[in-house]
Design a protein around this ligand. Sequence first.
Ligand SMILES: [Zn+2]
Length: 467
Amino acid sequence: MNTLNPEDSLHSLRIFYLNEPERLVGIINLFNSYRNMDYPDRWNEVEKILERTGPFASEEFSPGPQVFDFVRNVCNVLVVGAGGLGCELLKNLALMGFKNIDVIDMDTIEVSNLNRQFLFRASDVGKPKAEVAAALINKRVEGCNVVPHFNKIQDFDESFYKKFHIIVCGLDSIVARRWINGMLVGINFEESEQDGSLIPMIDGGTEGFKGNVRMMVPAVTACIDCTLDLYPPQVTFPLCTIAQTPRLPEHCIEYVKVLLWPKERPDTAIDGDDPDHVRWIFDRACERAAEYNIPGVTYRLTQGVIKNIIPAVASTNAVIAAACAIEVFKLATSAYVPLNNYMVFNDVDGIYTYTFEAEKKEDCLACSQKAHPLTFSETDKLQDVVNFLMENANFQMKSPGLTASIDGKNKTLYMQSITSIEEATRPNLKKTLKELGIVDGQEIVVADSTTPSSLIFKLNLTSKMES
Ligand SMILES: [Zn+2]
């Protein structure tokens, strides 16, 4: 990837002005003065926006130099994720004048990131994304102070997240989004009781040529969990199609992955990064595709299907990150009315975008502050409850851990995250709720990676099966 190299540019200037040495000296002096300091008029354009009002200004906007001073010297922004969206966000925010930026990312740089995560170079492969991204921004944008955190979001507690005026997420994981959302719901509830300031969250997401931007104040406006059913479950193909009536190249690859592999190589788990595994699946998928006359099975697609890869598109990331950065700017300055509250972008076929207002959900898992009712029959097994929490569109949990107070004792019904407890509680999954001593009205505490705090469910236990 090309970067502007001052030495190269200087060299071209020397050749260009070979016959005008005086002008050359002047230009080189100017060049050097720019190279070592910030541009004197760097923030001209931003200041123009902030020092006068306009028809789209928000009501509380009072133009003047104090607004940019807030952006420059007071506002703390947290960028969650330093990947495709994160690189764009950091660059955009730094060039808008935001100076105090923190960035969290737990990943290290991979070769496949380099085509779009433009803050990284080939020599950075293996290094933490957050650290490399922060260092480059700090080097390129004079005065900017990006503080990197090579961490998981779960490594930090409330006291860390409370430091920020605005949090902007460029994540590729719904679980991580929900976790941050849950953290902000907690903080905002607390702050609103003490008349403190609420922390808004801007969330950007992309998938191939589609993307969305959301502006929310968790606990006040529609939050991530309020609209959980907007996240479709991962695309899977019906087994009967894969086995009997394949039509797409993906069906042929899935056939080998789901049916053939377990039969012929039962002792080995598929590793999408192992070329031998990919090749094995690819070869057999080709055979099946030939049998059904289906074109389009490639090695690359095979790897994509095995690893569930949706290709990342640099231009989609750029559009979504730009919209997110503008929302951060609007919130920090009140110069314009913020997005209300959900923007959809799609350039699969032409370009299409619209906005709508997602609504807060009465009984939202994260922000309603209500005990959530669950109805089961006493002959249902604990496994049914666990499956429901994982599969229901409103919950979509990953590995729920359930505890209940039974006969005055706190009892772990099932917990997946710690191996020894998982083994000890696994037999409970096959027991009915009645056998476990659960009664009608029982409160069950559920912990899951999708939320920083446990959730309380109230169990309505019916004595016969409801259809
Ligand atoms: Zn909610």
